[in-house]
Design a protein around this ligand. Sequence first.
Ligand code: AHM
Ligand code: MG
Length: 311
Amino acid sequence: HAGDAHRTDLMTITRFVLNEQSRHPESRGDFTILLSHIVLGCKFVCSCVNKAGLAKLIGLAGETNVQSILVSEEDEEATFVESAKRGKYCVVFDPLDGSSNIDCGVSIGTIFGIYMIKHANDPTLEDVLQPGKNMLAAGYCMYGSSCTLVLSTGCGVNGFTLDPSLGEFILTHPDIKIPKKGKIYSVNEGNAKNWDGPTAKYVEKCKFPKDGSSSKSLRYIGSMVADVHRTLLYGGVFLYPADKKSPSGKLRVLYEVFPMSFLMEQAGGQAFTGKQRALDLIPTKIHERSPIFLGSYDDVEEIKALYAAEE
Ligand code: AHM
Ligand code: MG
């Protein structure tokens, strides 16, 4: 026995997704193909980011034909796949989020979500302007000291790590559940002077708790994928609230807020906009923004109570 050095029973992401799809006997495999294209895209970005050869990132949308509509943070307009090549899915994505962090080597990531189109042969913008709860799958890939892909297809959350020698994502974090309550809050406190009442009160509570509990630690990378990844694994809250200068916050509903909210709920946490459950929001434009508070169930519950008290 060579021990662990030659394990052959690895759960690759392809095998994992195929297993999940076998629970849907009616599936024709399109969804699996779409996901493996997205995974390939992430590997491509990972290799480019590692080389910092960003010039080659253009063309990420690729030549796949299992989707109908693409919405990317990098494109003003949605892309409709030509009719002969249309499939039944819409993909919304932020190909490289947190790119202001690139030059100093901080983790950045790709975020994506997948919807089923509503009208089979006649996709319109309405197909992507669906509430987040309609997403079939969502995930992100984080390009850090290792390349980590976190995925949910609607039955829990699983994390995979790229094994560069195999070029395969291997299941390393099965069935991720976020701690019910956390010890960390994550927010850009530089915006504090412009915050609304409930946000200010919540952060004050994190620092000076009045119920005898210990104060929370602040961690803020400024790269959503990395901040959300830590929140998912360690618990706590990530917030990008509204402020007087940007009443809708900064983060984009379709490809930042929704996929991360989907993952949080699937991991047992919550995501709240300050007004409602984030996944109930119905976007009216593809690049719409929303305030967001997401993370551990109990922590988000406290934020919800502060907003409810405000009304
Ligand atoms: P980007 O899409 O232009 O990269 O901006 C999104 C990023 C997120 O990754 C991060 O959570 C946020 O911006 C940080 O914003 P700020 O610098 O205002 O704290
Ligand atoms: Mg972004």
